[in-house]
Design a binder for this molecule. Structure first.
Ligand SMILES: [Zn+2]
Length: 234
């Protein structure tokens, strides 16, 4: 037997089984009110169940992201292989106008990049006019070189490697990707071009998001061979 990787909002025939396990676990942990809100029979992994999963993840000290991968199935007592462990990183998957390709090995198994971040990179690809390959997502140290918890760890960052994207260190390919990152974060076209040319670490708050674009600098690690894009709720 195998179980699928489940993302919030997804519909799958394995969802009722997961929810029955989840309810049992929530009751054991003392989360009665959440447990009783979960519609066990429906095949959609809805908001109540996601909240329940997050409670279990928190209680079991596993990554709190609402996704049901290997660790979370395990926490629910299901120790079967997980199929399609990283649905958001299938090569060729398209998001919005652009195309994002998450390279094999970019993510830790069962720990995908968040949709928020992928959507952002997809829009960047639309601006750049060609698909963007993400070379590192969650398969990254928990901490940055400065000792801060990295956005990568929570699935909110993408590294766009120069080699995989047809560029070299500090190249114009990276400049264009960096400019797209900045312009989508609310910067002017000229401002974005300047930042791409000079390089550096730039943080923006735009919409409800905190966006970080890093390129051609050693701030926060070597960012000459890749553009770092971090997108998380502000
Ligand atoms: Zn990075």
């Amino acid at each position: 037997m195998a179980v699928p990787f489940l993302s919030p909002g997804q519909t799958n025939k394995a969802v009722p089984r997961m929810k029955r396990r989840l309810v049992r676990e929530l009751l054991a942990l003392g989360f009665e009110s959440i447990a009783h809100q979960i519609a066990v029979r429906t095949t959609t992994y809805g908001p109540d169940a996601v909240e329940g999963v997050r409670k279990v993840q928190e209680a079991k000290h596993i990554h709190v992201d609402g996704f049901v991968g290997k660790d979370t199935w395990g926490a629910l007592g299901v120790h079967e292989p997980v199929t399609n462990p990283t649905p958001v990183m299938l090569p060729g998957d398209s998001f919005h106008g652009g195309e994002v390709i998450v390279e094999p090995g970019a993510n830790k198994p069962g720990n995908p990049i968040t949709k928020m971040t992928l959507d952002y990179v997809a829009k960047m690809a639309g601006i750049v006019g060609k698909p963007i390959k993400i070379t590192t997502g969650t398969n990254h140290n928990k901490f940055t070189v400065n000792g801060n918890v990295s956005d990568h760890f929570s699935g909110h960052a993408a590294d766009i490697g120069m080699f995989a994207n047809g560029g070299v260190d500090d190249s114009p390919v990276g400049d264009r990707i960096m400019a797209a990152c900045c312009v989508l974060a609310g910067d002017s076209k000229q401002g974005a071009r300047d930042k791409a040319r000079t390089g550096g670490l730039f943080s923006f708050t735009h919409g409800n998001q905190r966006i970080q674009c890093i390129w051609k600098t050693n701030q926060g690690g070597n960012h000459h061979n890749h553009v770092h894009v971090g997108v998380r709720p502000a």
